[in-house]
Ligand binder design. Structure first.
Ligand SMILES: CC(C)(COP(=O)(O)OP(=O)(O)OC[C@H]1O[C@@H](n2cnc3c(N)ncnc32)[C@H](O)[C@@H]1OP(=O)(O)O)[C@@H](O)C(=O)NCCC(=O)NCCS
Length: 170
């Protein structure tokens, strides 16, 4: 990433429903994620994120304000347990390298946790910034995959994979 945005990750809090609402309840923010979620889904998501050890983090800037989210979770993929990672940055903070830097930090946490060799990201084929982030952070592009997210909504995504146990490039 050209710029290293001064942000850090914090555990998701009990009072962070407004942040979930802004990230996943907004039509522009969910353009590549199947559209805004219902109030029930948002409340469910908030409860899941706030559970200790959820793997979901709030991205905060140097003033402590929340600017987005990043997190990783376990999923089964092609018969193997892997990590999946996802990220989101509020519109007024986009374009400053925040998602890239936050994702780098989350990758490090997944690597330290060490449960799985592979970490996947599945950005929509149309999500230019997210695909750029995968490329820059050293993910390998595997293939285009057709998902339904949410169920009933077709979503064509790129499967990007990072080997967390590869020797670091010198
Ligand atoms: C995707 C998202 C998180 C990017 O956040 P961001 O903080 O603006 O991203 P960054 O500034 O870290 O980096 C984006 C990279 O994409 C590049 N980029 C941005 N728009 C681009 C475009 N249209 N075409 C190609 N590259 C583009 C940027 O130049 C940057 O690369 P650089 O560091 O080499 O300059 C943000 O747009 C978002 O939250 N979108 C809605 C939620 C979402 O789709 N999440 C992703 C799910 S996988």
């Amino acid at each position: 990433m050209g710029e290293r945005a001064p942000i850090r990750l914090e555990p998701w809090g009990e009072d962070d429903l407004p942040l979930v609402q802004r990230l996943m309840g907004d039509p522009a923010m969910t353009e590549h994620l199947g559209g805004p979620e219902s109030p029930e889904k948002l409340a469910e998501r908030q409860a899941r994120y706030a559970r200790p050890g959820s793997g979901m983090f709030k991205v905060v800037d140097e003033t402590g304000d929340a600017v987005g989210s990043v997190g990783f979770w376990e999923r089964e993929w092609r018969g193997q347990k892997v990590y999946e990672i996802g990220w989101s940055v509020l519109p007024e903070f986009q374009g400053r390298g925040i998602a890239g830097h936050a994702t780098e930090q989350a990758i490090e946490l997944a690597r330290e946790e060490g449960k799985h060799r592979f970490l996947h990201a599945f950005p929509s084929v149309d999500n230019a910034p997210s695909n750029a982030i995968c490329r820059k952070l050293g993910f390998t592009f595997l293939e285009v995959c057709d998902f339904e997210f949410p169920p009933g909504n077709p979503l064509r995504c790129n499967d990007w994979r990072l080997n967390l146990r590869a020797a670091p490039e010198l």
